[in-house]
Ligand binder design. Structure first.
Ligand SMILES: Cc1cc2nc3c(=O)[nH]c(=O)nc-3n(C[C@H](O)[C@H](O)[C@H](O)COP(=O)(O)OP(=O)(O)OC[C@H]3O[C@@H](n4cnc5c(N)ncnc54)[C@H](O)[C@@H]3O)c2cc1C
Length: 418
């Protein structure tokens, strides 16, 4: 690794995953790094709160162990990861269908074929897609012309049943866009991550990822940077979300965003068994998907309690009471005909709602052509942030790594180079 021959002072604006990753890399190479963070905690969009003994992530989110940048940066054993079961439970009408993991085990579609929620051709096409995506390196997936996820899957002949019952709620929950207008490149990358690793939660909450990256760093909380001119450093890294990065630098960053609302309920009885996510394939859903988090990570709740997250795409114009009531009605509909689940649901009460207006920057087809690089047009000023790569934990961490690499490449190597 390149090391500075004299101490170089670097200021990083923002303690999200991109800023923290960048800070770590630069500190390891001998730079003197200070991170200024506007809010009262680290992690940016990846934070967890402790409320009445429950761990609440600020918006339902998951960690894919196959993320390449995360593999380089994180100590997975120390994160104490808890894995969801691949596949999903799909609520439709008065039935709950079990769909095992179509991305890594297309044979598992057979039980679903019997219940008529996917077709035999979907099984073959899933198998072919997994083979193709698995065989290609990530760089090849991110090459060539782009299209929407919906068009990509329709062109490959997936049935309307498969699209409506699985793809729309499942990837709608990942992209926060049930219309599937997200870039097919993002879809293929996600499919590869799903099939090549596990979908997990750290036992202490998603915020543990940020906490691990932050170890040993000098981070000044509640220290918003109003303008870059006030900063005295050899290099400044703007590691905020895209709109604030544009404001601070005057450089164009991606516009548009997707939003979500997560409603946490706590109850006394598990609503379903197993570690699968529950998708809503009913028409006009309020809840896109629900996760009984304590089935996967029991540490998220005090002993004997159960934590349910219900994800809503977008931010409905309702107060908490109305929103919780609408979600509960929809959850009851998802368990139509299941008397045991209905009586379990009666033990659940609302705990907290999180409305997240800026969850991810919008990633329509060809979005990547508009992304800024890590270099800005301002002297000594760099970007680190998902908006230079892709909207994900991996994108943020990769961007942080790249910003550090660019600064190190521009620095004169010292005697410590190895
Ligand atoms: C609800 C939700 C669900 C998600 N689900 C997933 C998922 O399942 N998997 C996945 O891979 N990704 C997911 N994402 C996306 C992922 O979390 C983000 O892409 C990533 O965390 C962005 O990191 P970042 O460091 O680029 O930006 P941010 O996390 O936004 O960090 C920017 C930081 O800069 C600070 N800041 C802003 N302005 C200033 C200023 N003027 N001075 C100082 N500090 C400032 C902010 O307070 C913040 O801490 C999800 C996001 C959300 C919100």
């Amino acid at each position: 690794m390149t090391r500075y021959n004299s101490v170089v002072k670097v200021i990083i604006v923002g303690a999200g995953l991109a800023g923290l990753t960048c800070a770590r890399q630069l500190q390891k190479s001998g730079a003197e790094v200070v991170v200024y963070e506007k809010s009262d905690g680290i992690g940016g969009r990846v934070r967890s709160d402790l409320v009445e003994g429950f761990t609440l992530d600020r918006g339902f989110q998951v960690f894919f162990t196959a993320y390449p940048a995360a593999k380089r940066q994180l100590d997975y054993a120390a994160l104490d990861l808890r894995a969801f079961e691949p596949g999903a439970l799909i609520a439709q009408g008065d039935r709950r269908h079990l769909l095992s993991d179509p991305s890594r085990d297309p044979d598992a579609l057979i039980p679903s074929l019997l219940t008529g929620i996917v077709t035999t051709q979907d099984k073959y096409r899933t198998w072919r897609l997994s083979g193709e995506v698995g065989a290609k390196p990530i760089s090849a997936l991110l090459d060539g012309p782009d299209e929407t996820t919906e068009r990509f899957l329709k062109r490959r002949g997936f049935s309307p049943l498969f699209m409506e019952n699985f793809i729309r709620p499942f990837f709608g929950g990942i992209f926060l866009d049930r219309s599937l207008q997200t870039s097919a490149r993002v879809f293929q990358f996600c499919w590869k991550m799903l099939s090549e690793g596990e979908t997990t939660l750290p036992a202490r909450g998603m915020g543990a990822i940020a906490a691990q990256l932050a170890e040993g760093l000098d981070i000044r909380l509640e220290s918003p940077v109003e303008n870059l001119a006030s900063l005295d450093a050899d290099a400044v890294i703007v590691a905020t979300a895209a709109p604030e990065a544009a404001r601070l630098t005057g450089v164009k960053t991606p516009e548009g965003s997707v939003s979500t609302t997560t409603l946490y309920f706590v109850g006394k009885v598990p609503l379903w068994a197993g570690r699968k996510i529950l998708l809503n394939a009913n028409c006009d859903p309020v809840v896109n998907q629900a996760a009984l988090l304590t089935n996967t990570a029991p540490e998220y709740a005090p002993r004997g309690e159960h934590l349910l997250s219900a994800s809503v795409i977008g931010i409905p114009d309702q107060d908490d009471d109305a929103l919780f009531a609408a979600a509960l009605t929809d959850l009851r509909r998802m368990f139509t005909g299941d008397i045991t689940a209905q009586s379990a649901l009666a033990t659940y009460r609302p705990l907290r709602a999180y409305r997240i207006p800026y969850a991810q920057f919008a990633q329509p087809k060809n979005f990547w052509q508009q992304l800024p690089t890590n270099q800005t047009t301002l002297p000594k000023t760099y970007f680190a942030g998902e908006f230079t790569a892709a909207s994900s934990i991996n994108g943020a961490m990769r961007s942080g790594e790249k910003a550090a690499e660019e600064i190190l490449a521009g620095a004169r190597p010292g005697h410590g180079e190895s």
